[in-house]
Design a binder for this molecule. Sequence first.
Ligand code: ADP
Length: 293
Amino acid sequence: MMTNTAIPEIKTSNTVFHSTTPSTTLASNAASASDLSAIPFYQPHDDEIDMFHFARINHLPLLLKGPTGCGKTRFVEHAAEQINRPLYTVSCHDDLSAADLIGRHLIDSSGTYWQDGPMTKAVREGGICYLDEIIEARKDTTVLLHSLTDHRRELYIERTGEVIKAHKDFMLIISYNPSYQSVLKGLKPSTRQRFVSLNFDYPSVDNEIEIITSETGIAPEKAKQLVAIATDLRRLTDIDIKAAASTRLLIYAAKMIQSGCPIHKAYQYCIVEPLTDEPETIKALNRVVHAYC
Ligand code: ADP
């Protein structure tokens, strides 16, 4: 286990991060040195790892805001592994109900039995429950977050009448992409004001090059070119696309190039086509990308 020092050093597989979080709480269940290789690589954008630990030791839930593919899920995977707690990730969709999160009665040959859902498991075991794209979920799911995110830290299971006091290590993290938000699908202030909120964006140029090279093994100069394309595309304001080229797409392109795919095809199929279906917009994007081919 980590030793207590005034400013604990959290080692990850690719980074050494100095945390200002109180050492005793951080050291209590952080991953041991031998586990470090198992921690998913995460390149911090800013002070988000510090903020995660501050929220955690105060039993506060986290809200991650940011565009798709910019590292929110990787951040949560990294953080969960770093503190050595189980992670339950749920990708929310418009059919996701409270029962999908809490659990339901099932039937087998010996009769009816109760099966915990991912949220209930995390609450009992002291895990992290990560609800990705929470805005997509049905409204009854957000209501059940309320008693878990205030001083009560309780989960009420209506079907069984059970009230579960959350394990001390339980943490709720939700994420959403503000650019997909509509009037109908916004998070209510009464929900969002229960969360410590961290804003994510695309990484800085140097960080994004580092991420792409680490994730794919591509040469830095090729990663640099991918980031230059993405930076140009992200600057385009007069085209109609819902989301700009994400780090995820750049990683796809880098992987394809690494496996022998011609560069211009990787750019076309991994960066341009996923962004839009509109022929005119594709032409505009291609003009930017072709300048690099
Ligand atoms: P999001 O959850 O924001 O949609 P992800 O966390 O799934 O995005 O990121 C997509 C991919 O991009 C990850 O699988 C990872 O390969 C890479 N990635 C993005 N940001 C980072 C980062 N800061 N550090 C390491 N990898 C990253």
